[in-house]
Design a binder for this molecule. Sequence first.
Ligand SMILES: *Cc1c(COP(=O)(O)O)cnc(C)c1O
Length: 396
Amino acid sequence: MPVPLLDVNAQNLPLEAELKEVFERVLHTGRFILGDEVDAFEAECAALVGAKHAISMSSGTDALLAAFMALNLGPGDEVLCPAFTFFATAGCIARTGATPVFCDVCPVCFNIDLDSAAERLTSKTKAIVPVHLFGQSAAMDEVMAFAKQHGLAVIEDAAQAIGSTYKGVGCGTIGDYGCYSFFPSKNLGGFGDGGLITTNDDARAEQLKQLRNHGMHPKYYHSFVGANFRMDALQCALLRVKLRHYAEYTDGRRRNAAFYTEKLSALSGVSTARESDCCCPEGQTARLEREGIRLLLPVSYQHNGHIWNQYTLRVIGDGRRDALKQHLIDKGIGCEVYYPVPLHRQECFQSLPAQAIQACPVSERLATEVLSIPIYPELLESQRQEVVEAIAGFLS
Ligand SMILES: *Cc1c(COP(=O)(O)O)cnc(C)c1O
């Protein structure tokens, strides 16, 4: 039986009757831009993540862009962000005219390394963007202390982490802004593009609502330049149906992650990454060699409520990741490299100042080692087992 990396139909089609009803309801209201469905969806999202305000946006990318625009970032400003993340994190910084300054990441949790960030800090640094990659929170106490010490704004890229927690607090609600995505492959996957920004500040929330609607308030009066960053009422209404099942989806992902960790860690040459090695590449590399580890499994830190947007392996050894990827594909098992090129190595950023695109050795290494395997909630027991057997076959 083939095992896709993601099967959106397995999640959406059981809701078909309800989704059709919602479509008819919205169709008959004749109201497609903003309005009650949008307000209700935003209130439900605010409750889910524990933020005072949630403002829906046209995509996760536009949520990030709007946050940077709200902070008035522009030419001459520098923004610290990880080199190992999806492109949008940095693309939005660049679009404001500001310079993304790429920091290295932790080889255990894959999130921004604050020692690396400190090395890249200058008098032009205005903000830092922690990304909660693969569904696990960045070290937010440390990020907030660093930001406070240096007077930086904090924009959390929580595109992969809606409902994930750090010390019991919702990811995206700790910094100045939290940005989320409803792209179909995200944990709360929509039927097209959608996004969200959260803030606990009333004035910032008002500014964002105005910003997403051409900076307009009242009608046809523009005190600043915004854009059309609105999310469709229909999309909001449809996602409200899925929001009611969101806790089950997360439970399913956690069950799958626990299964993989239990079964795979029993294989020879496989180990789970250690929380105590966080941000210590040297320590970890020594252990990999000493213990002859060929496959490293991801770990959820004790204080984090990981939501497993991805279950990402590190395949140790030259060319071994690509070999495992091919092996899985040959067996009909979906897998993907998130991400093959660290952002400081992307062609479009090669004209940035040297200080912005310094070497990030951990990110460069991860780009050659990582492989994400199917983790979506509807994965069958037999499919998970197949994935484990295929990996066991590769290692033996
Ligand atoms: C998906 C994603 C985004 C962008 O979200 P879209 O809704 O696809 O625009 C930004 N950052 C990260 C880390 C993402 O994974």
